[in-house]
Design a protein around this ligand. Structure first.
Ligand SMILES: Nc1ncnc2c1ncn2[C@@H]1O[C@H](COP(=O)(O)OP(=O)(O)O)[C@@H](O)[C@H]1O
Ligand SMILES: [Mg+2]
Length: 364
């Protein structure tokens, strides 16, 4: 089964550095999700592994074999394009067997293979239907079946659920996970949707500007973001800028712009007088009780949870996500005053980014 290794892989397009010395090792049978904003280099990375784009420098290894320069069809990998297309005038089965006969399969063998992979994606009964008779989710599964028919053990999926609506996304997401497991595939799944990455990935790889900024299990990246950017891009956070007033072991006292004092736990060393940014998950902000007095400005009801936007004196906004049970039991009235607290053990403290907080999260 394929293990994938990239060593110092770089790729430029004119003045744009799409990939900047990428080092990456992915294990056999692992489901990895590459997450990052548009333009961060995700597609380029996938195409370089697939052999559809050659790197300017660096090497790619699949299954311990250096494949840099090896043609795509000899890599035991299959790339599913972001905008995959089925042939409208061919049946589901023909859509799959077409590629196989083109590669030299006998017609009967290609048909058998098509029916085999259609069983895997649970579309066995639709072999003779035309794509237009299928829902979006089913069409997506045909595209997946077409990839599986190649026999490749390394599946490279570029935003595979991007064209589907929210409900179908969930359905196909579950199918992807099941199929990868059943067939013991190594999957690299590119997405800019964090919930997709969090739910599917054994390993999450976060990219920004052609670089990998963090890798780890979804839980690691979620609970221990290593930068303001990670905390911003994965999950929802409130960011509070301030000056370090006191350092007592791991407990750092921060004075916010408006004079509010909060405490945060820090891994790194901080010094008094230094600028720092505290990140807190919106679901960790406690509403009711606590040292901060804030006015409720906005309520966004989202079903299973609600986003409440509070404003501290002098305009600082804090968004708290509260579960439905809490939303029902208490009356939240716009304009009312609430006490908030920020549990220090749920706070992560970062050095002030060189370009400032806004520069770090608005340039995304
Ligand atoms: N063939 C190309 N020619 C010129 N620029 C490209 C080409 N492919 C990608 N780029 C640029 O490289 C950067 C990374 O692109 P891409 O890998 O498609 O990012 P992502 O998939 O994360 O959105 C972007 O700035 C993009 O405009
Ligand atoms: Mg892309």
């Amino acid at each position: 089964m394929p293990k994938v290794v990239l060593e110092r892989v770089s790729k430029r397009f004119g003045r744009i550095t799409a990939l900047d010395e990428i080092d990456l090792t992915l294990d056999d049978g692992e489901y990895s999700c590459i997450l990052g904003p548009t333009g961060s280099g995700k597609t380029t990375l996938l195409k370089i592994i697939a052999g559809l784009v050659e790197p300017d420098s660096g090497d790619v290894y699949i299954d311990g074999k250096r494949v840099t320069g090896t043609p795509a069809e000899k890599r035991n990998a299959v790339y599913m394009h972001q905008n995959y297309a089925l042939f409208p005038h061919l049946t589901v089965s023909q859509n799959i067997s077409f590629g196989l006969t083109a590669r030299g399969f006998e017609e009967e063998a290609a048909r058998r293979k098509a029916s085999e992979v259609l069983e895997i994606v649970k579309l066995g009964e639709w072999a003779n239907a035309y794509p237009r008779e299928l829902s979006g989710g089913m069409q997506q599964r045909v595209a997946l079946a077409r990839c599986l028919a190649t026999g490749a053990r390394l599946l490279l999926l570029d935003e595979p659920l991007g064209a589907l609506d929210a409900r179908l996304r969930l359905e196909v997401r579950g199918e992807l996970s099941r199929i990868a497991e059943e067939l013991n595939l190594t999957v690299i799944h590119v997405t800019h949707d964090q919930s997709e990455a969090l739910s599917l990935a054994d390993r999450l790889i976060l990219m920004r500007n052609g670089r990998i900024v963090q890798t780890g299990s979804p839980e690691e990246v979620y609970f221990k973001p290593n930068s303001v950017f990670s905390a911003y891009f994965v999950g929802e956070s409130v960011f509070l800028e301030g000056i370090v007033r006191r350092v007592d072991g791991r407990v750092v006292t921060l004075e916010l712009r408006n004079g509010t004092i909060i405490e945060a736990l820090s891994g790194d060393g901080f010094n008094r007088g230094e600028l720092a940014v505290a990140a807190v998950r919106c679901e960790d902000i406690k509403v009711g009780g606590g040292p901060l007095t804030a006015r409720l400005k906005e309520i966004n009801f989202l079903g299973s949870f609600s986003k409440l936007v509070f404003e501290l004196p002098e305009g600082l906004k804090i968004t708290a996500n509260i579960p439905l049970s809490r939303f029902i039991e208490e009356e939240f009235r716009i304009g009312a005053s609430f006490q908030l607290s920020i549990p220090r053990e749920r706070t992560r403290l970062f050095k002030q980014p060189p370009m400032g907080l806004a520069g770090e999260i608005e340039a995304v």
